[in-house]
Design a protein around this ligand. Structure first.
Ligand SMILES: Nc1nc2c(ncn2[C@@H]2O[C@H](COP(=O)(O)OP(=O)(O)OP(=O)(O)O)[C@@H](O)[C@H]2O)c(=O)[nH]1
Ligand SMILES: [Mg+2]
Length: 223
C-alpha cells in the first residue's frame, strides 16, 4: 500500500493528532471539508489616457502612431473588441499608458454593440481623447453623442480632462470639416483642446503627443 492510501485510511479511523512530543504522528483524524468560494474576477484597464470614439474612427491607427502597440487596423467597425494598452515614451523617460477602447455606438449605455463591457474600461482612465472621424457627415455630432453615452453610463464620466482629436483630415472633406469643427469650439473657448490629425499619414501626431504630455502634467498638479 503506498503512503497516500495508508494516510487516507488512517484518517477515517483514528483521531490522534500531533502533540509537542509526537510531532510526526502516523495517524490523523479526518479533517472537515475545506472552504470553497467562487470568485468572479473582472479585468478593467487602468490607463493615463483612454481613446474613445465611434467604430472605424481610427483609434487603433492612432495608437499605432503614437505608441509601441500594434493593434489590428481594418476598414470595418468593431475591429477592436478588447482594449489594447500602448506606452507613449518621451525623451526624458516620461511614459504614458494609452488604452485603445473598442468603439462606442449610440445606445451603448443600454448595452447596444456590447456597449456596457466597453464603457466600463473608460471608468478607469485618468483622461480621455475623443477620436472623431471628420470624413463622415456626422462629424459635428459625434462628440455630443459620445459624451451622452458616457454620462448615461455614469454621471460625470465625460467630465474628466480630455482632448478632442479630429482624425482623417487627409480625406476629401476632412480639412473643411476640421475648420467647421474648430469654429464651433472657438466660439465656446475650447479651441485649445482640438487637434486635427491623420493617423493614416502620421500628420500632427507629434502635436498630440505633446498635448498628452501637458495633460498628464495638469493631472499631476491636480492630484
Ligand atoms: N484616410 C484615412 N483613413 C484612416 C485614418 N485613420 C484610420 N483610417 C482608416 O480607417 C479604418 C479604421 O481604422 P481603425 O484604426 O481600425 O479604427 P478604430 O477606431 O480602431 O475602429 P474599431 O476598432 O472598429 O473601433 C482603417 O481602414 C484605417 O486605415 C486617417 O487618418 N485617414
Ligand atoms: Mg480599433
Amino acid at each position: 500500500m503506498d503512503i497516500v492510501k495508508r494516510i487516507q485510511l488512517n484518517c477515517s479511523v483514528y483521531r490522534t493528532l500531533a502533540t509537542s512530543i509526537e510531532t510526526a504522528p502516523e495517524k490523523a483524524s479526518k479533517g472537515s471539508p475545506g472552504e470553497c468560494r467562487k470568485l468572479e474576477l473582472e479585468l478593467s484597464i487602468v490607463a493615463d489616457v483612454g481613446l474613445v470614439g465611434f467604430p472605424n474612427a481610427g483609434k487603433s491607427s492612432l495608437l499605432r502612431c503614437i505608441s509601441n502597440a500594434t493593434p489590428l487596423v481594418a476598414n470595418y467597425p468593431f475591429t477592436t473588441l478588447n482594449p489594447h494598452v500602448g506606452v507613449v515614451e518621451y525623451e526624458d523617460a516620461l511614459q504614458l499608458a494609452v488604452a485603445d477602447i473598442p468603439g462606442i455606438i449610440r445606445g451603448a449605455h443600454l448595452n447596444k454593440g456590447l456597449g456596457l463591457s466597453f464603457l466600463k474600461h473608460i471608468e478607469r482612465c485618468s483622461s480621455l481623447v475623443y477620436v472623431l472621424d471628420v470624413s463622415v457627415p456626422s462629424f459635428m455630432k459625434q462628440l455630443e453623442y459620445l459624451k451622452f453615452e458616457l454620462n448615461q453610463y455614469k454621471s460625470g464620466l465625460a467630465n474628466v480632462p480630455s482632448l478632442i482629436v479630429a482624425n482623417k483630415i487627409d480625406t476629401g472633406n476632412g480639412a473643411s470639416n476640421l475648420r467647421q469643427l474648430c469654429r464651433k469650439f472657438e466660439s465656446r473657448g475650447e479651441m485649445d483642446s482640438v487637434i486635427g490629425i491623420s493617423a493614416l499619414y502620421n500628420l500632427n501626431t507629434n502635436i498630440l503627443r505633446n498635448k498628452l504630455r501637458d495633460l498628464k502634467k495638469q493631472l499631476h498638479r491636480q492630484n
